[in-house]
Structure formats: C-alpha cells, structure tokens
Design a protein around this ligand. Structure first.
Ligand SMILES: *Cc1c(COP(=O)(O)O)cnc(C)c1O
Length: 460
C-alpha cells in the first residue's frame, strides 16, 4: 500500500454481511441491569460493537470459506491434515505437528508433561490459561518483564521482552533441574499486547542453551509480533514478516498456538515440537483427550481453513492494516485526552481507568464503571482488566487492588471498518463528559475462582 495514503483503508471488500441491531440507551440500561452489570453476561445480539476479545471473533476470507467446502473429513491421514501439516512445518521449522481444538488444549498436553510439583516455569507473562495449566500440575509460574513495561506511559519499542538478568538470577536461585520450561509469549497478551524483539528471543535461546532449558514459544500472535520487528528492530526492514516469524520459531523447542488469533479461524490450536521422544509422549496424550494425531480436536474443514489462514495472516497489506487500525483507535483516543497504555499493542487498546475515572475509589471498580458506561452510551462491549479481574481481599475483607485498572478494547480481525471505530471514538466524547458524574459498582455475587466471568454487580 502507498505510504502516502492518508485514510487507512481496509484491504478487503465485503461480500457477506451480518446485521447489527441498533438499540436505545434505555434498552441497553435494562439489558445491562439484567446482566448484573457484567458484560460477559450480555447477549451478543444486544451488543453493537463487540470489542470483548480478538479470540475466535475474526472473519474468514472467501478463500477460507471455499477451503471449508474442500475439507476432507477422513478419520486418518486426511488431505486437509496434509495441507495444514505442511504449512505449519514450513512456518515453525519443527518436524512434529499436533493439531488441537484450541490453545489451552495444547498447553494442557505440553505442560502436563513438563510440569509437576516442585517445577518452576518462567515467562515474560504467562497468559491466564497458560498459568492455570501450569499451576494445575502443581508447578509454579513466575512472570518477569522489565520494570518499564509496568508503566503505561513509557514509550519503548519492545515492552513485551522477558527480563534476561532476572531469568539468570531465578535459574541460580531455583537450580536448573527445577525449571520446567521458559515460556516466551509473543506478543505479550497479558501485558498490553506488547511485542518481543528478536534480539530478546535470541539472547533467551543462548541462556536456555547454556543451562539446557526447554524453550516454549507461546506464539498465537507471531505474525503481529513479526510486523513490529520489521518496523522497529534494526536489520529487519527488508525481511518479510513470514521470514521473521520463521526465524523466531526456529529458536524454540516447542511452539504453542491458539489458532483463534493469528490463525484467522474461529476455533483451533497447534502444538509443534522439535524432539521426537517428547513429541511421542504428547501424541499419546493427544489421542486420549483430543482425537487421533491427524485431526486433534478439529474437523477436516477447520484444518483446511486454518492452513489457509496461516498463509493469509502474513500478507503484508493485511498486517499493515491490522497493526495500524489498532493504533488508529489508540492514537485518536490519546489525542482526545483519554489515557491509554503506550505504545499501542497489536490486538487491543488498553484505557487507563484509574486515570480517567479518578474520583471513583479502587474498591468501587473504576474500570468496570467505564465498561458499563461504554455499553450504556454506545452499545460497545469490552472487558475490565483490573481489580474486578485480579483483585484479592485482605483478612478484614478489604479489597487488595490490582496493579492497574485497565479497560481492554480488543479488535476482532477483519470485522469492523474505520467507521465503526470512528463511532467508538465518538462515544468516548460522551465518556469525557460523564467522567466526573459517573459512579462506581459493588459486587453482590462472586464465585471463588475467575470471578469476572460470572460476578454480579450493582451500581452505587
Ligand atoms: C488465547 C491465548 C491462549 C489460549 O488459547 P485458547 O485458544 O483461548 O485456549 C494462550 N496464550 C495466549 C498468549 C493467548 O492469547
């Protein structure tokens, strides 16, 4: 695409449409009340712009839909499996490819084998299902990003990097035998979708070689990360995003992927492994819970669509549009005076609700208040990533707040146009008017684990 182009045009046109319902503010107030002020409990038909997640919410291309029709549903050795296996082998450079129904199934298999009591896993940031699958085996999961990454205002190119010096300290502290694996998440989803540099992963590989540690790449956004490397890291300007991804994946011992992200499909996952003995163990577990080794948890048509999606995601025009359209929302919010995590990551914009809704005390969940206001004012659905999600209680039952009170606006792939995003920006004008008038929330029901999914709230 021409660099001079001012309007960020979508590099696709629309051939099939899904109508969106336009509702009134009064209707949405009632719907949100019925949902206990929890956006996870809203019906999607009552949502106008759904920015809850970028996971499995993307639109497939005409080529992918055509591939669905060509899916080979044979139990074993299907043509669609051959297609997928060839694409993933070429991408990862690893000989053993296992299909799974989604990312966490791949995680359960690999960490079920590498984990166990007394084991320690170290990551830039474990995604929540990664942490859950590791801790479920009795192991400990430790996150180590650089301190700058925790400050939403510092502008650095690779805030997703793993803290290499801290890693060496931890290896000495625990002893190399106790380290189950080092996990590098690219981009770093739970830390603002920030990218990881190639230099960081290369240095990480050296440390893993020195101490003989197993390196897992959690790379469900490997293509988005590659775009950032191409445009921000020295020496990559003339390398294609696909070649960058290939180079990075060759540094790992295993690659775990939720295909619901850069796989450009609505469901699917992958696990690829270098070493044969470990791959055999994983395949045995795969057969017990997911299915035969040539389909995992996927139907033939799913594998066909994924093989095509993994090719399409490296289209440089697509990736340019993808990263720039996320930045478009973030940069314009910032220009309006909305505090956002900086720089803008690949798949989402994070609004700093602690800053925006300053007058709401943390134990009244300013992030959730913004989430509710965005739905009532504009039918926009997003999620709080703050004390509702991560808060704990002290012995007196007072809230121990999370480090940050963020609201995540995740962008589904190839779904919304610039006018939808401009609409979201308009709604933030209403939010700015509301900011000193709105109130907080209190929790009236919460389950013991992962409370944000099902909690019920009341407006104060
Ligand atoms: C989504 C995600 C997973 C889990 O994948 P699912 O397909 O949701 O099971 C793991 N790691 C990261 C970084 C993710 O973003």
């Amino acid at each position: 695409m021409s660099e001079k182009m001012k309007t960020l045009t979508e590099p696709f046109k629309i051939k099939m449409v899904e109508p969106l319902k336009i509702t009134s503010e009064a209707y949405r107030k009632e719907a949100l009340k019925k949902a206990g002020y929890n956006t996870f409990l809203l019906k999607s038909k009552d949502v106008f712009i759904d920015l809850l997640t970028d996971s499995g919410t993307g639109a497939m291309s005409d080529t992918q839909w055509a591939g669905m029709m060509m899916g080979d549903e044979s139990y074993a050795g299907a043509k669609s499996w051959e297609h997928l296996e060839a694409v993933v082998k070429e991408l990862s450079g690893m000989p053993h490819i296992l299909p799974t129904h989604q990312g966490r199934a791949a995680e359960r298999i690999i960490y079920g084998i590498l984990g166990g009591k007394d084991k320690v896993f170290i990551s830039n940031t474990h995604f929540d299902t990664t942490r859950a699958n590791i801790e479920f085996t009795g192991a400990t999961a430790i996150d180590i990003v650089y301190d700058e990454a925790k400050n939403p205002e510092i502008d650095l190119p690779f805030k997703g990097n793993i803290h290499l010096e801290k890693l060496e300290k931890l290896i000495t502290e625990y002893g190399r035998e106790r380290i189950g694996a080092v996990v590098i998440t690219v981009t770093n989803n739970s830390s603002g979708g920030q990218p990881v540099s190639m230099a960081n992963v290369k240095a990480l590989r050296k440390i893993c070689d020195r101490y003989k540690l197993f390196l897992v790449i959690d790379g469900c956004r490997i293509a988005e990360n590659a775009y950032f490397i191409k445009h921000r890291e020295e020496g990559y300007a003339n390398t294609s995003c696909k070649e960058i991804a290939q180079e990075m994946l060759r540094l790992g011992d295993a690659f775990v992927m939720s295909a619901k992200k850069d796989g450009m499909v609505n469901m699917g996952g992958l696990l690829t492994i270098k070493e044969e003995a470990l791959a055999l163990k994983c395949k045995n577990l795969l057969i017990i819970s997911e299915g035969f080794t040539t389909y995992g948890g996927l139907s033939g048509r799913d594998m066909e669509a994924l093989a095509i999606g993994l090719t399409e995601v490296f289209d440089e025009d697509y990736l340019h549009y993808r990263i720039k359209s996320t930045a478009y929302l973030g940069e314009r919010l910032k220009a309006k005076g909305i505090p956002v995590v900086w720089p803008i990551g690949g798949h989402a914009v994070y609004v700093d609700a602690k800053q925006l809704y300053k007058e709401i005390p943390l134990n009244q969940y300013p992030g959730q208040s913004l989430v509710c206001d965005l739905y009532i004012k504009g039918g926009i659905r997003c999620v709080e990533v703050g004390s509702l999600m991560f808060g704990k209680y002290d012995e007196q039952g007072a809230l121990i707040p999370a480090v940050n009170e963020l609201v995540r606006l995740a962008i589904p792939r190839r779904v919304y146009t610039q006018s939808h995003i401009d609409y979201v920006l308009d709604i933030f004008d209403d939010i700015l008017e509301l900011r000193n008038k709105t109130t907080g929330y209190k929790i009236t029901y919460e389950p013991p684990f992962l409370r944000h999914f099902t909690a019920q709230l009341e407006k104060i």
